[in-house]
Design a protein around this ligand. Structure first.
Ligand SMILES: [Zn+2]
Length: 78
């Protein structure tokens, strides 16, 4: 497997992914990833990217419901 950016050799390792949205900051650490030996670009597999995107979409949707108070009206004490 070679870097799609520069054709350099990809070294397996770990990396992290972070994104900031309106109501949250999502950081996932220790994700298996590849880093290009030449340009230092970090690449994730398609499956990893897919899973992360699904996770972020879910957090975005659920956090939006919490923030916009679209939850049921039952009150609990925390
Ligand atoms: Zn590269």
């Amino acid at each position: 497997m070679n870097c799609s950016h520069c054709g350099g050799v990809l070294i397996p390792g770990k990396s992290s992914y972070s994104t900031s949205e309106d109501h949250f900051t999502f950081i996932l650490e220790d994700i298996p990833a590849y880093q290009c030996e030449r340009c230092k670009k970090v690449l994730f597999t398609d499956e990893t990217v897919d899973k992360i995107q699904k996770l972020v979409r879910k957090i975005k949707k659920d956090s939006g419901e919490i923030v916009n108070n679209k939850m049921s009206t039952n009150l609990y004490e925390y």
